[in-house]
Design a protein around this ligand. Structure first.
Ligand code: AMP
Ligand code: MN
Ligand code: MN
Ligand code: MN
Length: 284
């Protein structure tokens, strides 16, 4: 397969914090010309069977997917897994444990918001969560937009849901080592998601990439909805430096909120090895 494949290997459904069903995402991906698709819900693979069936019905190639939340150097980092066996029990159990702390965290977020006069945020956010095990900051953001506290979700994150803001609750997610092991142990490839988003120092970033490789990680997102073209160039260099395959994905969540639609991304830079070349026997 060639680098000029319209692969979109990162997006979210109602099974995590997206607003569309796996079936609606598959139809939208197909309509936008996607040739190889992966649904990568946060910490959850409960949508994979539906995505596999929907991709098949649309005549689109598919890789299983997930986006695992980890804590590294005190920050939350996301590791995408692709092409794994979604029935693997270590992966299923590890993800279940990762989801486990979300309800408690959400109640603490709600308490923080109550202190600045925003009442009922836990119940409000829960109404937007298609999967109650996966209540996330995105659902709080939608509630605060719907109730007129902010004009859009980015304003909510800026004012309420990021570090040192009233609704932010620090959380300890999975370890880098476990996330990579769950994915690779299930026959998949681990990929560092949207690296430009973390705000690491050069040393921290070097440590992330080095340890990720040591644990068996093999890919990095170079072209994603949250990277500028300068970011893509920078992480193309990083991919070469660390001998990592490159991935491409929109990180689409919602027609109303996402700036990058499914399948509408720049191509991967030609000198990189596309991650799907490592996964040719896992494509269904
Ligand atoms: P959580 O896993 O509950 O911490 O929620 C993280 C999710 O919030 C991410 O996956 C994004 O969908 C969303 N998010 C994070 N930062 C922002 C932001 N600045 N603006 C809009 N959405 C964001
Ligand atoms: Mn999200
Ligand atoms: Mn992410
Ligand atoms: Mn994502």
């Amino acid at each position: 397969m060639e680098p000029l494949l319209n692969a979109d290997l990162h997006c979210h459904s109602v099974v995590s914090d997206g607003t569309l069903t796996p079936e609606a995402l598959a139809a939208r991906a197909k309509a936008n010309g996607v040739q190889l698709w992966a649904l990568t819900d946060h910490d959850e693979i409960g949508g994979q069977e539906r995505a596999i069936a929907a991709a098949k019905a649309e005549g689109m190639k598919y890789l299983t997917g997930v986006e695992i939340s980890i804590t590294f150097a005190g920050k939350t980092v996301h590791i995408v897994g692709l092409g794994f066996d979604h029935t693997n029990q270590a992966l299923v159990q590890g993800l279940r444990n990762t989801r486990g702390g979300r309800a408690e965290r959400a109640k603490e977020m709600s308490d923080g918001l109550a202190k600045v006069g925003i009442q009922g945020a836990f119940e409000g956010a829960l109404q937007y969560a298609g999967n109650h095990e996966l209540i996330s900051r995105t659902h709080f953001a939608r509630f605060l937009v719907e109730t007129g506290v902010c004009k859009d979700t980015s304003e909510v994150f800026r004012k309420y849901l990021t570090e040192n803001k009233p609704g932010f609750v620090p959380h300890r997610w999975a370890s880098l080592e476990n996330a990579v092991k769950w994915i690779t142990g299930a026959g998949g490839v681990a990929v560092i998601a949207h690296p430009a988003r973390y705000g690491f120092t050069a040393n921290e970033e070097f440590a992330l990439f080095t340890e990720f490789k040591q644990h068996g990680g093999r890919g990095v997102e170079v072209v994603t909805g949250s990277h500028s073209s300068a970011d893509a160039l920078q992480y193309a260099e990083t991919a070469l430096e660390f001998d990592l395959a490159a991935s491409r994905g929109s990180d689409f969540h919602s027609p109303d909120e996402s700036h990058t639609d499914l399948g509408t991304l720049p191509w991967l830079p030609g000198q990189l090895k596309p991650v799907w070349e490592l996964l040719s026997d896992r494509i269904q």
